[in-house]
Write a protein that binds this ligand. Structure first.
Ligand code: TXA
Ligand code: MG
Length: 314
């Protein structure tokens, strides 16, 4: 393992790209202080240049190298949840590169909880800019094989770390202003964060995320994907020859291809992207996913499903 990490550190120092496992999804890493490496990173992903990337750090002792005016609220969250699947948006330090922040005055920082990521960050010493290691808009990779599929050739090294434990991207909380805002739900829930803050975590905006069409397509398979409120009546309307895969939770009688995911949100999140990735290879007409419960424990999964389906709900 020492050799793998040392080689990866050398690649990063030389401005190369290293994909590495985190507890959420695999990241595509570059030296966050090297503009050429960052340009390479954006090109490899096909990502628009004004989209900010998260900087990963080994631990909170490096915070001041990247952020200023770190509030007590931010410290509370860091003490409770780092290392872990929580990204904080903070006011950026003056010398942070524009390409990292998308020209904004804030920076996203996270200290991941994965032994290989921690080892890589410690040995590298600096911050590693790392978006999820997928092509822009596609499904985040949760295995090393998925990274290779996504980025074939555009990455200098992939560190193999097996399947990611969480399976969906980190919770993002903006603590750069007066109010704490939830920018992206994740496995660390609103309730867990509010319990630490002792004040409400506000949604990013008041617009209902369930309005069809108001959503960006993201985390999306290439195959048309829909969310289904009532599987029974949906299936009744399908033709026998329709090549539709059904992603359900409980038991459900059907002659269509059916993938059963867990009734428990953590296990469901762990399996979701890998299942979508496999189904996407089958050249189906459609992937129909059973809607998940409204309970907050499903927020992260529901958010990803709505984006995968571009808000299409039956
Ligand atoms: O779990 C994760 O967060 C994974 C692993 C690799 O750490 N990373 C990840 O990165 O999901 P990415 O780039 O795929 O998603 C990061 C999100 C983007 O939607 C980006 O717009 C947002 O974080 N973001 C980054 N910096 C920001 C900033 N300064 N202000 C607002 N949003 C920011
Ligand atoms: Mg991403």
């Amino acid at each position: 393992m020492k050799k793998i990490i040392n080689e990866a550190v050398q690649i990063l120092r030389q401005g190369g790209l290293v994909a590495f496992p985190t507890e959420t999804v695999y990241g595509l890493g570059a030296d966050a202080r090297n503009p050429e490496a960052l340009i390479k990173l954006f090109k490899a992903k096909g990502r628009p240049i004004d989209h900010p990337v998260i900087v990963h750090i080994a631990d909170s002792s490096q915070l001041e190298e990247w952020a200023v005016e770190i509030s007590d609220t931010a410290r509370l969250l860091i003490n409770r949840f780092w290392p872990g699947p929580l990204t904080l948006i903070l006011k950026k330090a003056p010398d942070v590169l524009d390409i990292v922040t998308g020209g904004q005055l804030t920076i996203g920082l996270r200290s991941p909880n994965h032994p290989l990521a921690i080892e890589l960050l410690k040995n590298f010493g600096g911050g590693i800019a790392a978006p999820s290691a997928n092509r822009f808009g596609r499904i985040s990779p949760t295995t090393a094989e998925a990274v290779i599929e996504e980025l074939n050739g555009a990455v200098d090294r992939v560190i193999e770390g097996g399947p990611c434990e969480v399976g969906v991207e980190s919770t993002i909380v903006d603590v750069s202003g007066e109010e704490c805002l939830l920018l992206r739900p994740g496995m660390i829930t609103v309730a867990e964060i509010e319990a630490v803050l002792q004040k409400p975590l506000m949604p990013k905006n008041q617009k209902s995320p369930r309005v069809s069409g108001a959503l960006e397509t993201h985390y999306a398979p290439l195959t048309e994907t829909v969310l289904v409120e009532n599987m029974e009546s949906y299936v009744a309307g399908l033709l026998k020859e329709d090549l539709v895969a059904l992603v359900t939770r409980g038991d459900f009688q059907t002659t269509q291809l059916q993938i059963k995911l867990s009734n428990e949100p953590k296990q469901y999140a762990h399996d979701l992207y890998q299942v979508l990735r496999e189904l996407d290879k089958k050249k189906l007409k459609r992937i129909a996913i059973e809607m998940v419960p409204l309970d907050p424990s499903w927020d992260a999964v529901r958010d990803r499903l709505l984006k995968a389906a571009s808000g299409r709900i039956f």
